[in-house]
Design a protein around this ligand. Structure first.
Ligand code: SF4
Ligand code: SF4
Length: 367
């Protein structure tokens, strides 16, 4: 039965999505967009918002992955992995187990704590989990954010529910453009229509209320519940279920789309792996200062997960006025200013940061 397989995948998906912000690589969440510093923690690396080429590479990878998965496996995300499907299936199963007449009410009651859990998990993708738990009901911002999110998630799940898939979900809209004649779908075998018992077990089981016998419907989330409902009856008569998976997984599109996705993943990995562990940017300030004195603004990015003690200096015969010894926390940036004084005539100066095996020199103008 597909139901058991879907449940196993749903549990795995829930565990991964909840645990991902807690999984620490190089001291930071494996996957989290840190709002205060505008950087994405991505499996042991930090991608800064200014690194457009990396943001572009990440975006390209996800676009290709979605295109590949949808063109080949159809609505596998919707039926097997989408958190909304997982939550609604779970609450529906619990409500069914309760064996009450008030199924909807029980489901709505169960959704109340589950929506809170989903909301807090969503926040963990933006604020470190430990900080979220410390700040909840202490910090006004986090608390307000949590309560609003909880209300929205709860209202969406209880009142829109499966209707979200056909009305608002942008991914559902995108799929029509990505499907082709070989995409994996669930289809009723119309060639055997005469032997179908028209018992409508498939219709009763369908969570979105589709009659699959009427042909393909864009609201179908490919959950396979109709196959499971039909199977006992049809197999009892020695035939396969009337609704079933249809499509071709192994074909040329699989290879070129899958290959493109793999190349994008490899490119992203190489981009991240080949980045210097430290970036040093310097600009000269247009400040009116006495002759022989210039001011510079600098930013140093620590792209590594290590604490870096650095020294700001210059190989030129100049005097640096300002903080020389700098300590960079892992995956952090520091911004600073320094005054440069020269007694001789200069057109440019070299500013250097060094420490351990790091030595970076930036040339900049001097007036
Ligand atoms: S459950 Fe199977 S046999 Fe019954 S109506 Fe649906 S397709 Fe036909
Ligand atoms: S038609 Fe079948 S696969 Fe599609 S949503 Fe309904 S039960 Fe799920």
């Amino acid at each position: 039965m597909w139901k058991k397989k879907r449940r196993a995948v749903a549990i795995l998906q829930a565990v991964i999505l909840t645990a991902l912000p807690f999984l620490a690589i190089n001291g930071q969440s494996a996957f989290r967009f840190d709002i205060p510093t505008l950087k994405l923690y991505f499996f042991g690396s930090a991608i800064w918002i200014r690194e457009f080429y990396l943001i572009l590479a990440v975006t390209l990878f996800f676009i290709l992955l979605i295109t590949f998965a949808t063109a080949i496996f159809g609505r596998v995300w919707c039926g097997w992995l989408c958190p909304q499907t997982v939550l609604l299936d779970l609450t529906q199963s619990i409500a069914d187990l309760a064996g009450t007449k008030h199924l909807k009410t029980v489901q709505r009651l169960i959704l109340l704590p589950l929506s809170a859990m989903v909301s807090i998990t969503m926040i963990w993708y933006f604020v470190p989990p430990a900080e979220t738990l410390r700040s909840l009901f202490v910090s006004t911002t986090i608390t307000a954010f949590f309560l609003v999110l909880w209300l929205l998630v709860y209202l969406e799940l209880t009142f829109l529910g499966r209707g979200f898939c056909t009305s608002i979900c942008p991914y559902a809209m995108l799929q029509n453009a990505l499907f082709d004649k070989d995409t994996l779908i669930i289809e009723y075998d119309a060639s055997r229509d005469e032997t179908c018992m028209k018992c409508d077990a498939c219709v009763s089981a369908c969570p979105v209320g589709i009659d699959i016998k009427q042909g393909l419907n864009s609201a179908c989330i490919a959950c396979a519940a109709c196959i499971d409902a039909c199977r006992p009856l049809s197999e009892h008569r020695g035939m396969p279920p009337f609704p079933n998976y249809k499509g071709r997984i192994i074909r040329s599109k699989t290879f070129w789309l899958g290959g493109g996705t793999a190349v994008a993943a490899l490119t992203l990995f190489l981009f991240i792996a080949s980045r210097p562990s430290v970036d040093f940017l310097v600009t000269r300030d247009n400040a009116s200062l006495p002759a022989g004195l210039n001011r510079y603004s600098y930013t140093i990015y620590n792209n590594s997960g290590k604490l870096l003690p650095l020294e700001l200096s210059s190989p030129d015969r100049i005097t640096l006025i300002g903080e020389h010894a700098l300590l960079l926390q892992p995956f952090s940036a520091i911004h600073g200013r320094i005054l440069v004084k020269s007694t001789g005539k200069l057109n440019q100066v070299d500013l250097r940061i060094s420490g351990g095996d790091i030595s970076i020199i930036r040339k900049t103008g001097f007036q």
